[in-house]
Design a protein around this ligand. Structure first.
Ligand SMILES: [Zn+2]
Length: 421
């Protein structure tokens, strides 16, 4: 049984308003990612919505056409806790330290973070004596943040929230936003909020996945309904400039398959890092639709190859399970036609997810301890960005002869003895 949640189909660019967007890939109707289903609710309709990737020929912004009601996407059942991943915890710790040490922040500075999740980044600023305020619409992670001493407002960040914060606490020295910009339906309202909350000599540090890495590494499964936009520097510069903010510096990081860390200030002081990436994007035709035209063909080949591997495993009578009930698994499974007939279950470290089922295909989610107990022949990794970490955590399974299938950038099998094939 399927159902259609509230979906708005946008016909104009989410940044510049251009009204003739070019199709990149039509994924068809896919289940909503991160809609994990409790065991007592398996009979309820599974929400699906169309998923269509397009690019703006005017400003270069890659985006999906469909906006699913954010109240539906980021509801109380939203299962994402940042603190589950040791790699993310280490990343946030290092990130906070470098920001704190980067300049003299004066007395009693305020840091505001949008989509602050369970407070695992802001807690470092609180520990350093800063005033901190998290803003996040998901109740369970927000409560976890409050429990660890990070004040958190339960709402979406935007121009209205920014005005309220500024009135109550004054303007912020630092605005943080990790992996939130891509989730925002009204990009201009969000960036306007940053301009409102930020002090004249303040700094905004924003991390978002980089569309050049998405294309280069064939990370098509990061396209799902929560991710409305996929950013290039070419598209970001005019977005911020429209709100009198300047993208002055950028770093590339390996997090989430390749991300950008953007340093934005109210004063124009742009360094080489921005100009170098702009030049690279122009040279490689990422400043318009050209670079995205071969993308659909590549992901179609990936689907064929992955399906062939799974069909071979089944023909040999081998057993196959999944690892990581990640949001990106939803697009990969739906696009490649992988369902509960193919994967017996999906392991995930997150106890909140265990005992639930993936949305749409209803594959059960279990503790990774099942791997050693059952010793299935193959494990398909659905969070390839944590593949190294997952294989390290399950070295005993590999030592006992288990094999991993890593689907992206092209499907490959990894085993403990013979390395990669
Ligand atoms: Zn545009």
């Amino acid at each position: 049984m399927t159902s259609d949640p509230s979906v708005v189909v946008e016909s104009t660019c989410r940044s510049c308003g251009w009204d003739e967007l070019e199709l990149v890939v039509a994924f068809g109707s896919t289940p909503l990612a991160d809609r994990l289903v409790r065991a007592d609710r398996l009979d309820e309709p599974q929400p699906h919505a169309p998923l269509t990737l397009v690019v703006c020929p005017s400003c270069g912004l890659v985006q999906i056409s469909e906006t699913v009601d954010p109240e539906v996407l980021f509801n109380d059942e939203y299962p994402y806790f940042s603190s589950v991943s040791p790699r993310l915890i280490a990343h946030f710790g290092a990130s906070a330290k470098s920001i704190i040490e980067s300049r003299d922040w004066g007395d009693n500075p305020l840091a505001v973070e949008a989509a602050s999740n369970d407070g695992c980044l802001l807690v470092h600023f609180a520990d350093a004596g800063w005033r901190v305020l998290g803003v996040d619409p998901s109740a369970a992670p927000a409560q976890a943040a409050i429990d660890r001493g990070v004040p958190t407002q339960l709402e979406f960040f935007g121009s209205r929230t920014a005005a309220k914060i500024t009135e109550a606490q004054g303007r912020a020295s630092l605005f943080l936003g990790n992996n939130v910009l891509a989730h925002v339906a009204d990009l201009n309202d969000f960036v306007s909020g940053i301009a409102t909350v930020l002090d004249d000599d303040g700094l905004a540090v924003i991390e978002c996945p980089y569309v050049v890495d998405l294309v280069d590494h064939c990370e098509f499964d990061t396209v799902y309904h929560q991710h409305l936009c996929y950013f290039s520097i070419t598209a970001l510069v005019p977005l911020f400039a429209r709100h009198s903010l300047h993208l002055n510096r950028v770093e590339r990081t390996s997090i989430h398959g390749g991300s950008l860390r953007l340093f934005i200030e109210p004063t124009l002081n742009r360094d080489r890092s921005v100009d170098e990436l702009l030049a690279m994007e122009t040279e490689r035709s990422f400043d318009g639709p050209e670079a995205f035209r071969t993308f659909a063909t590549r992901i179609d080949s990936l689907r064929t190859e992955l399906r062939a591997i799974i069909d071979d495993v089944q023909a040999e009578g081998g057993s196959l399970v999944g690892y990581a009930a990640a949001a990106k698994g939803t697009t990969l499974l739906a696009y490649c036609g992988i369902d509960a007939e193919d994967l017996t279950y999906i392991c995930d470290l997150n106890e909140y997810k265990q005992g639930r089922h993936m949305g749409g295909n209803l594959i059960p989610i279990v503790s990774p301890r099942r791997l050693l107990a059952d010793q299935p022949d193959y494990v398909l990794i659905l969070a390839w960005n944590f593949a190294a970490e997952i294989m390290e955590q399950n070295a005993d399974y590999m030592a006992a002869g288990g094999k991993f299938i890593v689907p992206v950038p092209e499907p490959r099998i990894v085993n403990g003895g013979a390395g990669q094939t």
